[in-house]
Design a protein around this ligand. Structure first.
Ligand code: ATR
Length: 500
């Protein structure tokens, strides 16, 4: 199993001790970043090994390696002296030295104090992962062959680069003592799945907060999130892996939901966010990790369907997949959006069952991916639909496919809505944060509607929902659907019912 290492990022020694205390229960080891301490505080770090009993990495990083040494005019000679002084005082487990510097004296001091040497390669340009896997692996082996621990920390700027990192991990599997990690959002899986990448440890840093320094490197998570949300310290060879992909993905609520349900079910699994800009590369990466199930969100649902070996009727009819399941015979595409949406309707409309939707009339605002799921679900439930969209051709296509009515998203469609509708479903992104003051259909009066349903959940109440509620109409935002489709997905992933 990989260890969890906390980078001490404070500029004061007492601040560093406070970080150790705050995260003590979550971490296995810590890295003392002497370059981040104020110059007059650095000597205090001599006491650190006596204060804490956990393994410690000693690091004094240069600016080209993401550090701050030299900001106050400190020289390389002073850095080497500081290394020597610290190492000679004892108590350190590892020392991190740049691979591109000889540092013979520091190395000798480390060896004579029994401190293991990490030789690190930092790439802040993101060019390392454009090299062939064989070349990167060769670099790792060359460092390991000299008896050092190779550490590669490189910017990871897209799905192709993440794939290269995953392949490098496979090709250097025989190098047991190494650290391989991708920085930035695309590299986050390599931090959470450090065990799968064959890394001895993952780096984490304080969550930040008023007056606190932020993470030591882009993409670093805090120890509490790694432990409590992703159960980092339980990840082993038998941990089932799941994830959610999209672009962007950082604010997805899915990891919170799925990880909670995994924990409640007592399953050995973790569910991680995987940003993607190239679904083909991502699916290949998931194959390497043996990922069992993948949730897919904007903008990859169509592409996800085209990459699968099999697709069920829901995904084929909607023309998009929000769920990929990996079996022995390849990837299967499903779409749980329609079913999730339909499940939330009867209660919100004060109906006893989905059957009561039969014959009722609905207005669908929009004709994109989300609208397709709603149209598929409501047509199946026997509703009569009017589909209105800004681009009228798209409304026509969707309506003709499903034998429904269509029109422009403008007052000229007024006559199509005469006599009122029982349900209105808003599927466009008009009114979504940050442009929360827009109304996609200001000319329409919701009177008589049983429910106005807006698939947006940020803000919680859109302008359309607020003015509908203002005239006494039931309203619902998209958070219920988000959770309902995730619940169905969880059952498909694990065969278990999602908890509360
Ligand atoms: P999703 O998968 O979220 O549905 P999508 O497939 O890109 O995303 O569809 C976006 C929907 O929002 C479309 O119906 C789009 O209308 P067009 O087909 O005319 O593009 C609609 N939409 C986006 N911006 C809009 C705007 N400013 N006014 C009206 N409709 C808008």
């Amino acid at each position: 199993m990989s260890s969890l290492c906390l980078c001490l990022t404070s500029s004061s020694f007492n601040g560093a001790i406070a970080q150790l205390e705050r995260y003590g229960e979550y971490i296995d080891m810590a890295e003392m970043r002497l370059d981040l301490l104020n110059p007059d505080e650095r000597h205090k770090a001599l006491k650190l090994p006596q204060i804490t009993g956990i393994p410690l990495i000693l690091t004094i990083r240069l600016p080209q390696d993401g550090g701050k040494w030299g900001e106050f005019g400190e020289s390389e000679e002073e850095r080497i002296l500081l290394f020597k002084k610290m190492l000679e005082s004892g108590g350190w487990t590892f020392v991190d030295l740049e691979d591109n510097r000889l540092m013979a004296d520091t190395q000798a001091a480390a060896l004579s104090s029994g401190v293991r040497i990490i030789r690190s390669v930092h790439d802040f340009q993101g060019s390392l992962l454009n090299l062939p896997v064989a070349e990167i692996s060769g670099q790792i082996r060359r460092i390991a062959d000299k008896g050092y621990i190779p550490k590669i920390a490189t910017r990871c700027t897209g799905s192709r680069q993440l794939l290269t990192l995953a392949r490098t991990a496979v090709s250097t599997e025989s190098v047991k003592d190494k650290v391989l990690l991708g920085m930035d959002e695309y590299g986050i899986p390599s931090r959470i799945l450090a065990h799968r990448f064959g890394s001895l440890w993952t780096y984490s840093s304080a969550a930040g907060g008023p007056g606190e320094p932020v993470s030591a490197a882009s993409g670093q998570l805090d120890p509490e999130t790694l432990t409590n949300l992703y159960r980092f310290r339980d990840i082993d060879d038998s941990t089932a892996l799941y994830g959610v992909t999209g672009n962007p993905i950082a604010h997805s609520l899915s990891p919170e939901l799925h990880n909670r349900w995994l924990q409640d079910s007592g399953l050995n699994g973790t569910y991680i966010p995987i940003r993607s800009d190239d679904m083909a590369a991502l699916v290949e990466t998931c194959d390497i990790w043996g990922l069992k199930g993948l949730s897919v969100t904007v903008p990859h649902k169509k592409k996800a369907l085209s990459l699968c070996d099999y697709a069920d009727i829901s995904a084929r009819s909607i023309g998009a997949a929000n769920t990929l399941l990996r079996g022995g015979d390849g990837w299967r595409a499903r779409n749980t959006d329609a079913e999730g949406f339909l499940k939330t309707l009867p209660a919100a409309m004060n109906l006893r069952s989905i059957e009561e939707l039969n014959g009722k009339k609905a207005l669908i605002i929009g004709a994109g991916g989300a609208a397709r799921a709603a149209v598929y679900a409501l047509t199946k439930a026997g509703m009569k639909l009017v589909i209105l969209n800004r681009t009228i051709e798209k409304a026509r296509h969707l309506a003709e496919e499903t034998k429904q009515q269509w029109g422009a998203l403008s007052p000229e469609s007024f006559s199509l809505l005469e006599g009122g509708v029982d349900l209105a479903v808003q599927t466009t992104n008009v009114g979504m944060f940050p442009d929360s003051s827009s109304d996609p259909i200001p000319w329409w009066n919701p009177s008589g509607c049983l429910l106005v349903y807006d698939m947006i959940y940020q803000p919680e109440e859109t302008v359309l929902l607020a003015r509908s509620r203002g005239v006494g109409i039931n309203t619902k935002n998209g958070s219920g659907m988000l959770e309902a489709q995730a619940r169905i997905q969880f059952e498909l992933f694990t065969g278990r019912k999602a908890g509360t």
